[in-house]
Every structure is written in structure tokens, then in C-alpha cells.
Design a protein around this ligand. Structure first.
Ligand SMILES: [Zn+2]
Length: 190
């Protein structure tokens, strides 16, 4: 109902509101905080763009998405994935029930794939951490966003999102065995 271009109005959906209220799910402030709605319209939790009603029904064309050009080509009718589908704000984990209404929202299927098994930190939550991120140059520091306390996600106020692809490692230096091998090959080159 709150997607851009929706043919439905909230007046037509008193029954939906009644169900949400009965389940303690009707909470506009929480939707706005989580980034699943902005100024009364549905937004993608990752990229913050407004979601269009027709995107709930249009098939996803992955080959048009450059960032996912290695993804398998989708056969229309086989997977039935739409441009907008159910989006997990929290990653699905074994042993934890994360598939609850408070933790899912409408979002871009492509954004959901990019996010992978990571938590989708809302912008407001990152701002509340107070951990600003900036670039330090000789001319000074230019801040451009906020980072989550676990350093997994950075967001800029204009909508850009960065996520950590892999974590720190204590194994950056080659092992002693590898060192010996590289010394040998270096000698051979000489
Ligand atoms: Zn998105």
C-alpha cells in the first residue's frame, strides 16, 4: 500500500492495520528507524531508494545488473524472483529464529544479494553510534558517513553503503615454510 504508485489507499486496508495492531506490529516510528519506510513511503532497507508498486510484480533481470554479472542467468518462470521481494534485516542463522515479521521487509532482491549474510544496519542506528568515518588528507579530515560498532557496515547520509567483505587476519605474513620457499626461488632467479 505504501509503495510508490500503489493503487491501494490506507483507507481500503483497515483490516490490514487491525491485524498489524493485534500482533503489535503497527509501528511507523520503528519502520522509519529501520529504514523500511521514509515519509510514509516504502523504501529498500539497504539502498534507501523508494520502492515502486510495479517492482513487486516485475521479474528481476539479473543480466542488467553489472555488479552481479557473474550470477547465473535467471530463467523466467523458473525462480519467480521479482525486483522487490522479502528482505532480511538480520541474517538467517542456524539455531536462531530470525524469520519474524519485525526482521523482514520489502527490499530489492539485488540489494538483498549484495548484503549477503550480514545484518542490515539502519542509518539511524549508525548515526546513534557516533562513530563517524572520514578520509584524512594533508588538507584535513573529510567525514562521509558512520560505521557500525562491529565495523561491518558504513553508510553515508546520501545513501551510499559499504560492507566488510572479509575480516582481519593474523595470517598476513607468510609462514616460515613459505618464507623458505620464496627465498629458494629468489636465489634461483639470481
Ligand atoms: Zn535497494
Amino acid at each position: 500500500m505504501h509503495t510508490v504508485g500503489s493503487p491501494y489507499t490506507t483507507q481500503q486496508a483497515a483490516h490490514v492495520r487491525a491485524i498489524l495492531e493485534a500482533e503489535n506490529l503497527f509501528n511507523v516510528d520503528r519502520w522509519e528507524f529501520n529504514g523500511v519506510m521514509r515519509r510514509g513511503l516504502t523504501t529498500c532497507p539497504l539502498c534507501s531508494r523508494y520502492l515502486r508498486y510495479e517492482e513487486l510484480h516485475s521479474m528481476l533481470q539479473l543480466e542488467e545488473e553489472q555488479a552481479l554479472e557473474n550470477a547465473g542467468i535467471q530463467i523466467e518462470g523458473a525462480t519467480r524472483s521479482t525486483i522487490v521481494n522479502l528482505f532480511h534485516l538480520h541474517p538467517l542463522r542456524y539455531g536462531a529464529i530470525e524469520h519474524v515479521p519485525q526482521k523482514v521487509a520489502w527490499g530489492h532482491a539485488v540489494c538483498n544479494t549484495k548484503l549477503g549474510q550480514r545484518r542490515c544496519y539502519p542509518m539511524q542506528e549508525l548515526i546513534d553510534t557516533g562513530l563517524k568515518i572520514g578520509v584524512v588528507t594533508e588538507d584535513g579530515t573529510q567525514t562521509f558517513g558512520w560505521i557500525s560498532t562491529d565495523w561491518e557496515m558504513i553508510r553515508s547520509p546520501l545513501g551510499s553503503v559499504w560492507v566488510r567483505l572479509c575480516g582481519d587476519t593474523e595470517d598476513l605474513e607468510p609462514s616460515s615454510d613459505a618464507q623458505v620457499l620464496s627465498d629458494i626461488s629468489a636465489d634461483e632467479v639470481e
